[in-house]
Design a protein around this ligand. Structure first.
Ligand code: 5GP
Ligand code: MN
Length: 355
């Protein structure tokens, strides 16, 4: 069976032309890279290297340790640590890929380096409302991951046979993590055609599941248990769950980046809860907000309007520069404004905060 042609032939040809003229390729992804950002970047680097390109992945900041298993992760140039090397790679590149982001502010301090670089840019992304920041904008918000979209591009370029077991691991990781192990945004039959093909290319799907989805440090499990047991509040009138972790609590459990990945999804398993917010005090005056929802409830709108962020309808994030209690108050005060997006027919949650 063939995959649906979701990327137009014109765009595939444009990318092919740019690749035909390039030798040195830099691949960038968003800050605090997740499995999809890093998976798509490392997969593309691996495939390009196999085809004789000099390909480098440059990330704005350090990837979470939980993704250390991704092949090629050691070769990443982390711009916050190796700024001059990142600058040199970007200014000497003759083609730059922007994967899994669609706005310059998503790459933080890598932004000015990208803007100084003269090379043409190709964006491959699945977030809403792309900025016109690339020469070729391959933007498909209906795609569940950048990794699946990247597979479509590789296939359309006629390069699917260059996918190594390592690249297959990277592509599959992004597909798995951005769909919550194929539990949401995962009804597209093409996803399973892609998986079948990745298996043929040497993917060990069960191993990736264990590494990407079911490997925990003891402190991580304890922190998540603590958060759910003691910190999750159910705000019934708004069909909402709110979990807040302070800097002190994170320190107590030796928090490292990635430890609370997935925590924000947990309250959505409670019948009647429509959306969930997780607020993490990363620094005294810097707060990270993560939100998830079910159905048509637009958490991207809340993150955009209150926290300068955005994302997808059902998975979004933002940030607040200021004290934690101010961020929490801002959210709580605004909740009634979003009641109109709640479905009329949700059953009331059967749990309360004390159960
Ligand atoms: P997470 O909650 O896993 O950090 O992020 C979920 C999604 O929300 C990401 O895939 C991204 O689309 C979006 N997102 C998270 N943080 C931000 C942010 O600070 N700004 C914007 N524009 N989007 C964000
Ligand atoms: Mn993604």
């Amino acid at each position: 069976m063939n995959l649906t042609e979701i990327i137009s032939r014109t765009q595939v040809d444009e990318v092919a032309t740019l690749l035909g003229r390039a030798k040195k390729v830099v691949i960038t992804c968003h800050m605090t890279p997740d499995g999809d950002a890093l998976g798509s970047s490392l997969a593309l680097a691996n495939i390009l290297a196999a085809r004789g390109y000099y390909a480098h992945v440059v990330t704005p900041d350090t990837p979470p340790r939980s993704l250390d298993f991704l092949p090629g992760v050691c070769d990443i140039v982390i711009a916050s640590r190796y700024t001059e090397k990142a600058r040199m790679l970007l200014t000497t590149a003759d083609l730059i890929f922007c994967l899994d982001y669609n706005a310059i502010k998503r790459i933080d301090r890598l932004g000015p380096l990208l803007e100084q670089a003269k090379a043409p840019r190709v964006m491959v992304d699945h977030h809403l409302d792309p900025e016109p920041m690339a020469d070729v904008v391959i933007s498909h918000p209906e795609a569940s991951s950048t990794c699946s979209l990247l597979y479509h591009l590789i296939d359309a370029l006629g390069w699917a046979a260059d996918i190594s077991p390592e690249a297959a691991t990277c592509i599959y990781t992004g597909m798995l993590t951005d769909t919550g192990n194929f539990s949401y945004n995962s009804n597209d039959p093409d996803l399973y055609l892609i998986i079948a093909r990745l298996l043929e290319r040497g993917l060990d799907k069960d191993r990736v599941y264990t590494l990407a989805w079911n490997t925990n440090r003891p402190n991580r499990l304890r922190l998540c248990g603590y958060a759910l047991c003691h910190k999750m509040q159910l705000i019934q009138p708004h069909k909402m769950a709110l979990t807040i972790l302070t800097r002190g609590e994170l320190d107590e459990y030796g928090y490292i980046k990635g430890d609370t990945e997935g925590l924000v999804n947990k309250p959505l398993s409670i019948p009647g809860i429509v959306y969930s917010a997780y607020i993490r005090q990363d620094e005294d005056n810097y707060v990270k907000v993560s939100m998830r929802s079910v159905g048509d409830f637009p958490v991207n709108l809340i993150c955009e309007q209150l926290f300068g962020g955005g994302g997808h309808l059902n998975a979004a994030g933002g940030e607040y520069h200021g004290p934690l209690d101010e961020a929490v108050k801002k959210l709580l005060d605004a909740l009634p404004d979003y009641d109109r997006y709640l479905p009329a027919d949700t059953t009331t949650a059967t749990c309360n905060n004390n159960q």
